[in-house]
Design a protein around this ligand. Structure first.
Ligand SMILES: [Zn+2]
Length: 176
């Protein structure tokens, strides 16, 4: 396996997500809106009539603008995470270089999005998504007041399972 095929480390995903959030969003405005960020990055983001087992897709023709498709009937918080995950694919591909010359036709099934997975690109995309929507500094700030996972999920407008997974990956999950 070449270096380019390795997943982004947690720290790399965190750094890239912070850069993008600070450049295309607001330092302390929550919830972070991945659709606004994607649009600012020049990505067309559309609600689409996707198959039931598909959450989203990331598409691009050679030399063309990237497109993110989101399942039109998904609940808002799920769509937000899917959109952030698809942005993670964009960032991962950009990092690998030659982005303009790439043809991308990537479909994310729900089963793959919700699992931890082994594909480096999928791991990277989900790490990026979590870091983008739930910045570690903000989590630490909120935890000073309360460690209620439902309140945290509601603050960041993510699912409780995404919030729990994020806290766990940061070693902050309170198991009692
Ligand atoms: Zn994916």
């Amino acid at each position: 396996m070449t270096t380019a095929e390795k997943a982004l480390s947690l720290a790399q995903a965190e750094t890239l997500a912070n850069q993008i959030r600070l450049n295309y969003w607001h330092r302390d405005r929550f919830p972070v809106d991945p659709v606004t960020i994607g649009t600012e990055l020049g990505i067309r983001i559309i609600d689409a009539d996707l198959p039931e087992d598909v959450a989203g897709a990331f598409l691009k023709k050679v030399g063309g603008d990237p497109i993110i498709m989101l399942h039109e009937f998904d609940p808002l918080n799920r769509k937000r995470f899917t959109c952030a995950h698809e942005l993670g694919h964009y960032v991962y591909r950009l990092e690998r270089g030659h982005f303009d010359e790439q043809e991308i036709d990537h479909v994310d099934k729900r089963s793959e999005l919700s699992s931890t997975g082994k594909c480096p690109e999928e791991i990277s995309a989900s790490r990026f998504a979590a870091a983008l929507l739930m910045p570690v500094e903000k989590i630490h700030a909120l935890l000073k007041d309360s460690d209620d996972i439902y309140a945290l999920a509601n603050f960041f407008k993510v699912s409780v399972s995404a919030m729990r997974y994020r806290l766990d990956s940061l070693g902050l999950l309170n198991n009692d």
